[in-house]
Design a protein around this ligand. Structure first.
Ligand SMILES: C[S@@+](CC[C@H](N)C(=O)[O-])C[C@H]1O[C@@H](n2cnc3c(N)ncnc32)[C@H](O)[C@@H]1O
Length: 268
């Protein structure tokens, strides 16, 4: 990573960034020493930890293909969108329907700089810097921009981001606000670290919280289910991520299968 880092006082390059650590785990190029050290703190306790990132990307692709290809969604708000990677949400969505409109939202200014560069000429896609912990600020910014019509169904993607909210951030209240702001027919996609009574989840959570990143909670099935607020879960429901509508590219015997869960639900 080099000249693409924005010259901004918002960017503290002495600290690891969630987006860059994730990029490193996915085999990307946008990371610094400090990010690699934080990633290695994870890999030291669970050597297969990078596979969680790959399973997450795979779920995200299948989820977007379902939302646009089967659920009829034409507007997507991807919160905690991360750095551009193989199979970006707009690419997956546009392969199914080129008219799909997408808003990428992240609180990391480095993500914003990369996304702006990638999307400079794409009129169906926008980028917003906002913090999920202040969900109304996301919708207020979207409302001020003509791309996403909040009176029509929207799919909100919370892929790999809610576990970076601490318990003090009150993720349940945050997601409730998101659900309330959406029109009937909207969908919510969530993927999240799972605590399913496994010692590896304990060890990894400790490495996330104390190995440099400072965030990364592993939560229970019940906590994850509560984030959907009673919306109707699309089949097969909230499940291990690789069990959600697997296709020929989905791993059936992944080494971290039980550490990650996901689901998609629809607002009646
Ligand atoms: C693990 S990456 C997931 C990227 C992408 N959604 C995916 O599933 O491949 C998490 C992203 O969430 C962003 N993030 C973390 N906390 C956030 C917050 N409070 N508000 C907005 N974005 C946040 C990070 O900057 C990072 O880009």
């Amino acid at each position: 990573m080099d000249d693409q880092v924005p010259a901004s006082s918002d960017v503290d390059l002495s600290r690891p960034s969630i987006a860059r650590v994730y990029d490193y785990l996915l085999g990307g190029k946008e990371h610094l020493d400090v990010d690699r050290r934080a990633a290695n703190a994870l890999l030291n306790v669970v050597p297969e930890a990078a596979e969680i990132a790959k399973d997450n990307r795979s779920f995200l692709r299948r989820g977007v293909e379902y939302l646009v290809g089967e659920a009829g969604i034409r507007q997507i708000v991807d919160v905690g969108s991360g750095l551009p990677s193989a199979g970006n949400v707009h690419e997956v969505a546009h392969a199914v329907d080129p008219g799909t409109r997408i808003a990428y939202v992240d609180n990391d200014p480095v993500v914003l700089a990369h996304a702006r560069a990638l999307l400079a000429t794409d009129e169906r896609t926008t980028v917003v810097t906002a913090d999920l912990r202040k969900p109304d600020s996301i919708f207020d910014q979207l409302g001020a921009n003509d791309l996403i019509d909040l009176d029509e169904p929207v799919a909100v993607l919370l892929s790999g981001v809610l576990h970076h909210l601490s318990d003090d951030d009150d993720p349940a209240a945050v997601v409730a606000t998101v659900r309330d702001r959406l029109a009937a027919g909207s969908h919510l996609l969530i993927t999240h670290f799972l605590f399913d009574d496994e010692s590896r989840a304990f060890a990894l959570e400790r490495a996330f919280l104390h190995g440099g990143l400072g965030s990364g909670r592993f939560r229970s099935w019940d906590e994850l289910r509560s984030y959907f607020g009673g919306w109707e879960l699309v089949e097969p429901g909230l499940v291990y991520a690789n069990d959600w509508r697997p296709d020929e590219h989905t791993r059936v015997d992944g080494p971290v299968h039980t550490l990650y869960a996901g689901g998609v639900a629809r607002k009646a």
